[in-house]
Ligand binder design. Sequence first.
Ligand code: AR6
Length: 191
Amino acid sequence: MEKHTTVSGEEMERDFGSGTIQLARGDITKESTDAVVNAANESLLGGGGVDGAIHRAGGPAILEECRAIRARQGGCPPGEAVVTGGGRLPARFVIHTVGPVWRGGDQGEPAILASCYRNALRLAAEKGLRSVSFPSIATGAYGYPVGKAAAVALSTVATFLAEEKGAPPRVRFVLFDEETLRAYRESLASL
Ligand code: AR6
């Protein structure tokens, strides 16, 4: 399903079907893709890490919408995703998904992590979005080993791009630190 691979500086991209996966190092709150994905928790009420950064940069409108979603459906179970506006972020939407807490890898963690990526991309496709930026879901506070998470993340997104007609044509992984970027680069090269 691959078309080509390019590497320039720290950036890397690879095509799958009619879509492209891009890897970059950076702060996801600066991304001007149609949506950014938040690594939230089941409460949807904010937290540390990328969740804290998105709520700080996006302002109170995002939390207000999260509260409304909570009132309607309770929280967001691991593997599922919900969407809000982007508040003051450059991105128009935030897709909030909840990763698995790592408990050794035999408690369904890979399947839950794959669901996060699939459900986030489904929401993006339903809204007709053209570009989405993901962080490395679950590899911070939730403790998922980054090499294993990168393999699940990239293979799930690559399959979605290759198989789903309405998939957003550009999917970025915006990775906060060098070690995480390296793990994703190695994984993308070996897909
Ligand atoms: N841009 C991109 N990536 C970031 C940013 C940023 N601004 N800030 C941190 N990261 P984590 P999790 C990276 O802990 O493991 C929260 O409290 C970070 O370096 O944010 O899914 C939630 O409320 C790491 O590589 O998410 C939950 O309770 C990656 O984002 C819990 O943490 C994910 O780390 C979720 O834990």
